[in-house]
Design a protein around this ligand. Structure first.
Ligand code: SAM
Ligand code: SF4
Ligand code: F3S
Length: 471
């Protein structure tokens, strides 16, 4: 059946705004401030969703707190991508029975990808009765309606029906940082990599219109944001579901034309859809960060096929070569899965040799985690957890040596960095390629671009000193 793109209507969104005002009135009538806590698991998409949940909570009269004991409402935004993430969520939700006992009026909510898994809402209903609200990512925009119903006495709400997904524009957002901002450009995924649960819980690919993306990008630049990350599970598919003929490279070009000094980043690029137009656009657009995160997942063609990734090792290496021809200093990072069902020692060696050949700046390494309902969960998997862990440790060790060498090459050079925060006595900053640089300086520098001479390095970060004036 063909997917029909659906935007939530302005009338439906307006109704939610009215409900937000009603919650705010209830909170204003209390004799103590209403406190809310939002806890986030998972990827940047979930962080962006949590910023919207916080935005709505603030509009509804809540003040944010870090205290589980004091919070009137706790929202846990969950991730389903690996079993470990799920176990952490369930462990933490279980522990909240104590805070709920001490403060019976506390409202505990669970939302995010895990809630969209078949059977999960029922499991919460039977095993975690202290949770009063469950909602999936597709109905996030209806959060005010659910909350108001609970405040008016509804006992529990479970709202996680199956859906291909919608687009809800104009929700308020309370952003975590004053320097860096997430900008979702599309939602969902159509790729169905055989190990991955995301397409089942996040629905079909749907793009925001270029007008909506550009409007938000301009607002962010006007508000002073200096680092804007365009988000999507596969940003290279941007626009395929729209009629206007604007693809991802065109979108980068349009955002690059917004006046001001800021960086454009994006996550994630699927290698099957990345190519010459993307790399040439990145090279031409001076605001586009010199960084590409290009997950390869495995260096073996047999495993790549079983993963349904739709590219080969050779094709991947050619892409890396092309990216480096257009941007000789581009920083390359990637994701890799160790222990995919049936992955042999030889096939694992193919992954090792690929990282030695490419020499990524950094790698996100994962041990395969079977996800119920995905094809890979049903594939024969003869290798033990210990064997997979041994391979994982070898891979991490090999990559750490590469990252350390690559970082050493920065020493003695000067890098333009964006100062984004502080850690103890030091300021933290990022190069255009996304490398972390710490250096001593005045916190007034946060939010500005500076030149820093790199004086030291480690596997994970660089140290430096300012070359120009202190402020
Ligand atoms: N859409 C992105 C892409 O295709 O590159 C990735 C999204 S996923 C949230 C992030 C990473 O988690 C993937 O690149 C993959 O390496 C890893 N991942 C996904 N499913 C996994 C599973 N079942 N077991 C282990 N790692 C997994
Ligand atoms: Fe998952 Fe593959 Fe989609 Fe990425 S592209 S979210 S790994 S199915
Ligand atoms: Fe997790 Fe959902 Fe992101 S499953 S990785 S939070 S899209």
């Amino acid at each position: 059946m063909k997917y029909v793109r659906r935007e939530v209507s302005p009338d439906d969104l307006k109704r939610q705004e009215e409900l937000m005002d009603q919650v705010a009135e209830l909170n204003a009538a209390r004799n103590a401030p209403a406190l809310a806590l939002v806890d986030t698991y998972g990827c940047q998409q979930n962080e962006a969703d949590s910023e919207k949940i916080r935005g709505m909570l603030i509009k509804m009269g809540y003040t944010m707190t870090d205290s589980e004991a004091e919070a009137d409402i706790i929202v846990i935004n969950t991730c389903a991508v690996r079993e470990h993430a799920e176990q952490r969520v369930l462990g933490n939700v279980g522990a909240l029975t104590h805070t709920k006992k001490a403060k019976p009026s506390q409202i505990i909510c669970l939302c995010g990808c895990m809630m969209q898994e078949p059977g999960m809402a029922d499991r919460i209903r039977t095993s975690y009765p202290h949770v009063r609200l469950v909602f999936g990512p597709h109905v996030l925009w209806r959060f005010p309606e659910y909350l108001l119903a609970l405040l008016r006495g509804r006992k529990r709400i479970y709202a996680a029906e199956e859906s291909d997904g919608v687009i809800a524009e104009g929700l308020p957002s309370a952003r975590d940082s004053l320097v860096k901002a997430w900008l979702p450009i599309m939602y969902g995924c159509n790729n169905f990599c055989s190990y991955c649960i995301v397409p089942y819980v996040r629905g079909r690919e749907r793009s925001r219109t270029p007008e909506d993306v550009l409007r938000e990008a301009r607002e962010l630049v006007d508000m002073g944001y200096k680092d804007i990350t365009l988000l999507g599970q596969n940003v290279n598919s941007y626009g395929k579901d729209l009629d206007g003929g604007v693809d991802f490279s065109d979108l980068i070009e349009m955002i690059n034309a917004i006046p001001g000094e800021f960086l454009i980043r994006f996550m994630t690029s699927h290698p099957k859809d990345a190519g010459e137009k993307l790399f040439s656009t990145m090279a031409r657009c001076e605001k586009c960060a010199r960084h590409i995160h290009l997950p390869f997942q495995s260096g073996s063609d047999r495993v790549l096929e079983a993963m349904n990734r739709r590219y080969t090792r050779k094709g991947y290496l050619e892409l890396v070569g092309m990216a480096r021809r257009y941007m000789p200093n581009v920083v390359l990072t990637s994701d890799v899965i160790v222990g995919f069902p049936g992955e042999t020692e030889e096939e694992f060696e193919d992954t090792l040799s690929l990282i030695e050949e490419v020499r990524f700046d950094a790698l996100f390494t994962f041990i395969f985690s079977p996800r119920v309902g995905t094809p890979a969960a049903g594939m024969p998997d003869p290798f033990t957890r210990e064997e997979k862990q041994r391979r994982f440790d070898r891979l991490v060790e090999a990559q750490n040596a590469i990252s350390e060498e690559k970082h050493r090459e920065y020493v003695g050079k000067t890098a333009r960095v964006l100062v984004d925060g502080r850690e103890g006595e030091l300021l933290t900053s990022r190069t255009s390629g996304g490398r972390l640089v710490r250096f001593p300086g005045d916190p007034a520098l946060i939010g500005s671009f500076r030149d820093v001479r790199i004086t030291g390095s480690s596997t994970w970060a660089l140290n430096g000193e300012l070359t120009g004036p202190e402020v």
